[in-house]
Design a protein around this ligand. Structure first.
Ligand SMILES: NC(=O)c1ccc[n+]([C@@H]2O[C@H](COP(=O)([O-])OP(=O)(O)OC[C@H]3O[C@@H](n4cnc5c(N)ncnc54)[C@H](OP(=O)(O)O)[C@@H]3O)[C@@H](O)[C@H]2O)c1
Length: 337
């Protein structure tokens, strides 16, 4: 924790964040209604991320002022999770005067929602002596600039993108702790937005870092490779195992321990040292046999195997224990050139 964060925490008398367990959430031991002197917040779009965030923040003593969802079914789901009625319109949400608004809608509508919220904030006018609100969106791919209408209405703007996956809110609420979060304050009130972003991340036990807005697409591509393409790779591996005769109902049970151990190795040793297998040993004959088998039994997977194999050669070279001549031979095999 930085000295600034330590000072802030000391000033607030704020202890280490209490990490809420899934069991507590399931058993309703986290009281959403419990009022607190901590930040009052609202969620616009209480879906997977929005409801996860609401549960996690309430577990840390924040107060949920209100929330919205787009459809009756979405509202009913969120009401069941958050234990209170949804707010139907943004002006009604603004009238509750939350200090932080989290826009957690699909990426495609964040800009429209921000424009609507900006108009509602402008119509409501300043909050008297209270600090202006902070409007946050959680989309990794979307520029902070879409929040400009809210900044124009006097709010601070922030992107708060959790580097985590949230398939549903109950487990989602337990996944903030320990995860990274990319913060991009807007140009209007960057200090205030940054302060709220770091404090919220800190309260959730997250690891905040600043992300430049013009590097957002590259950053989001990295997150897609790390998360989404890992899913694709495991799906391809599953298909190949099944084609090789491994019983389909148990393939994942059989090979996921290998995947988990590999991730542990990457975490503890870094990718160069974690690499094992025929490429790392310079075993060109085995690579040739793989290519032949794939061409015969799974030609659709050949191009992925070839391009990832070629990318892996950079790690092999960095290890330094396979000769450049053997690396060149393996490259010929993989590229067919
Ligand atoms: N899920 C993840 O793993 C993850 C991780 C990091 C960041 N994010 C980001 O977080 C944001 C939310 O993602 P999500 O996965 O939580 O989406 P989600 O589960 O689909 O939830 C979206 C929420 O927005 C509401 N909504 C839809 N259209 C709306 C509109 N036009 N106006 C107001 N509300 C609307 C939905 O209501 P209904 O349910 O009634 O349709 C729902 O409450 C996205 O920007 C996403 O990129 C997601």
């Amino acid at each position: 924790m930085t000295p600034r964060r330590e000072a802030l925490r000391a000033a607030e008398g704020n202890a280490e964040p209490r990490l809420v367990s899934l069991a507590e959430l399931e058993q309703g031991q986290v009281s959403i209604a419990a009022a607190s002197t901590s930040s009052r917040f609202a969620v616009i779009g209480a879906g997977r991320v929005g409801a996860s965030l609401a549960l996690a923040l309430c577990a840390q003593g924040y107060t949920l002022s209100g929330f919205t969802s787009a459809t009756p079914a979405g509202r009913a789901r969120a009401e069941g999770l958050l234990g209170r009625a949804a707010t139907l319109h943004l002006p009604a949400l603004v009238a509750l005067r939350p200090e932080i608004y989290f826009i957690c809608t699909p990426d495609s509508v964040v800009a429209d929602v921000a424009a609507e919220l900006g108009a509602a904030l402008a119509a409501a006018g300043p909050q008297g002596p209270a600090a202006p609100p902070v409007v946050v969106h959680t989309s990794g791919a979307t520029s902070v600039s879409v929040l400009a209408p809210c900044e124009k209405a006097g709010a601070a703007a922030l992107v708060f993108h959790p580097l985590q996956t949230f398939p549903e809110p109950l487990t989602g609420a337990t996944r903030f702790a320990g995860a990274g979060v990319a913060l991009t304050p807007g140009p209007g009130r960057p200090d205030m937005a940054g302060e709220v972003g770091f404090r919220t991340a800190d309260d959730l036990g997250m690891r905040p870092f600043l992300l430049a807005d013009d590097k957002r697409s590259l950053y989001h591509a990295a997150a897609s490779v790390a998360c989404n393409y890992l899913v694709t790779l495991e799906a391809i591996a599953n298909d190949l195992f099944v084609r090789a005769g491994v019983p389909e109902r148990v393939t994942f049970d059989l090979f996921l321990p290998l995947v988990r151990a590999t991730l542990d190795n990457v975490a503890s040793r870094g990718p160069v040292d974690a690499l094992t297998g025929p490429l790392s040993r310079g075993d060109a004959a085995t690579i040739a046999a793989h290519l032949e088998a794939l061409a015969e039994d799974a030609p659709a997977s050949l191009s992925v195997y070839r391009s990832l194999g070629e990318a892996t050669l950079g790690l092999v070279a960095a290890r330094g224990d396979v000769s450049p001549a053997v690396i060149a031979r393996m490259k010929e095999l993989l590229t067919g050139l």
